[in-house]
Ligand binder design. Structure first.
Ligand SMILES: NC(=O)c1ccc[n+]([C@@H]2O[C@H](COP(=O)([O-])OP(=O)(O)OC[C@H]3O[C@@H](n4cnc5c(N)ncnc54)[C@H](OP(=O)(O)O)[C@@H]3O)[C@@H](O)[C@H]2O)c1
Length: 435
């Protein structure tokens, strides 16, 4: 089914902004629509076996008139689940990063599909998700974890797909690269905070935005001091109070690195300077973020915490998917609290602002060092506070990065590789000293 790629079209008023691609990437006033026509939207889901991926599939299965999944991708750790998803959705293509799991995947697919039913095409290898991201579809949902998601993000954008972006790391590490290829309105954010900002921004013009207010649940260690945090365990860090998510983002929520990444993400998506992006702790996770306008109005977006709401925005925008997420029961009393961020116990947001301002390869170094430190913490090599101490050292040693439009994917990968090696060395030294 060949479908023409057409340029983005203006949707509604554009708040007096220019259509220049240098403007906000996720502009709620613009809709990038690579497909015209009736019927369900063809969707590719990257990271289909993960937390975002399985919730997206739940949404698609409940809305067969709106969405049809044509391709699935995963690393390859859960072949039985992947085969079951492929069969239920009758996809065209299944992609796995690990070539060694192809025999097991083929066997699992054969067990799911009846005799005589044609099996889907299998793509395998480190670039399988990237090839799938460029395949014929309307929307690519990138729900892969980690900076490995950058190549698929770039491939989807270059192929002219709408990108429903959960994989924040690709934007963090490849900000200038993503900005160079994304057309206004082509990225729809799936992170709940950015989906909230996206919706709140739609109620005014960009010139009238005073600040963005990103909410944070505070994670499992809200209210703890730095000294308290010296004693917490991996199990404690994985017990998120309001969101059930994959392990990396859950640990990142405990350190508040996730909030730091989201501040950089908001800056890149909406072109708002760092000093006009505030973080506020909101333990209930009802308000997903807010926009304060120059007239003093604050527009907040709220739902009970459930990622199917933002996923539905990512896949369905500009339409809203009925009953995508639960609603509040206003017949019952509830408490909505807001607290300032404890920057001493949680230095990660400040460090993220610092690397965001440095730009160039600095955010990639921050993210890569953090990914390694999270792995070291989960393996028992680093204590909880050691995550940020090590990341800070790696960022400091990296110094002032090369910035500007000359940044290439190779520069980013090189900086990441260096940061990973250095973080692993420092974590190993810490583990030795603690032994
Ligand atoms: N979970 C949430 O509620 C939430 C909220 C906001 C933003 N996000 C963001 O969404 C992304 C996904 O988070 P998650 O919590 O869904 O993670 P997750 O549960 O750990 O799932 C990660 C998915 O990525 C796949 N994957 C890993 N490496 C891959 C590769 N090289 N090629 C293709 N697929 C690969 C995994 O496959 P296997 O199963 O085979 O390992 C799995 O399907 C992250 O960037 C996160 O920050 C998540």
């Amino acid at each position: 089914m060949g479908r023409p790629v057409i340029p983005y079209t203006r949707y509604g008023h554009n708040g007096g902004m220019s259509d220049s691609p240098a403007r906000a990437l996720a502009d709620p006033h613009l809709v990038y629509d690579p497909v015209s026509g009736d019927g369900p939207k063809d969707v590719v889901i990257l990271g289909s076996t993960g937390s975002i991926g399985t919730q997206a599939i739940d949404l698609v299965l409940r809305n067969p008139d709106r969405f049809r999944v044509t391709g699935l991708s995963a690393a390859g750790g859960r072949t039985a689940l992947l085969a079951e998803q492929a069969h239920r959705l009758r996809v065209r293509t299944v992609a796995v990063a690990r070539e060694d799991v192809v025999p097991a995947l083929r066997e699992a697919l054969a067990a799911e599909y009846g005799a005589g039913e044609p099996l889907p095409e299998i793509l395998a290898g480190p670039d399988a998700a990237t090839r799938l991201a460029a395949s014929d579809c309307h929307t690519v949902l990138n729900g892969i974890t980690g900076s490995i998601g950058l190549a698929p993000t770039l491939a989807a954008l270059e192929a002219g797909r709408t990108l429903a972006l959960a994989n924040k790391e690709s934007l963090i590490v490849g900000g200038p690269l993503v900005k160079a290829v994304a057309k206004p309105g082509q990225i729809i954010p799936v992170d709940s905070e950015h989906a909230a900002l996206f919706q709140a921004l739609a109620s005014g013009s960009r010139a009238d935005v005073r600040k963005l207010v990103v909410t944070a649940s505070g994670g499992p260690f809200r209210g703890r001091t730095k000294a308290d945090l010296a004693r917490v365990t991996v199990e404690d860090a994985l017990a998120h109070p309001t969101w059930a998510m994959g392990p990396v983002i859950t640990i990142n929520s405990a350190t508040l690195v996730n909030k730091g990444l989201e501040v950089i993400e908001a800056h890149l998506l909406y072109d708002i300077p760092f000093d006009r992006i505030e973080v506020v702790v909101h333990p209930q996770s009802y308000v997903h973020s807010m926009v304060e306008f120059t007239d003093g109005s604050t527009i907040a977006q709220a739902t009970p915490p459930d990622m199917r709401g933002p996923i539905a925005i990512g896949l369905g925008w500009p339409e809203r998917v009925p009953d995508a997420a639960p609603t509040f029961d206003w017949s019952k009393a509830s408490t909505w609290e807001f607290f300032p961020l404890d920057t001493e116990a949680f230095p990660s947001v400040g460090l993220a602002r610092h690397v965001g301002r440095l730009a160039g390869t600095a955010p990639a170094v921050f993210n890569a060092a953090n990914e390694e430190c999270v792995a070291a913490f989960r393996a028992g090599a680093l204590p909880f506070n050691g995550i940020m101490e090590t990341v800070t050292r790696v960022v400091d040693e990296h110094g002032t990065p090369r910035t500007g439009t000359s940044l290439t994917v190779a520069d980013v990968l090189q900086a990441e590789a260096w940061a990973r090696t250095r973080a692993r060395e420092l974590a190993a030294q810490t583990a030795e000293a603690r032994a």
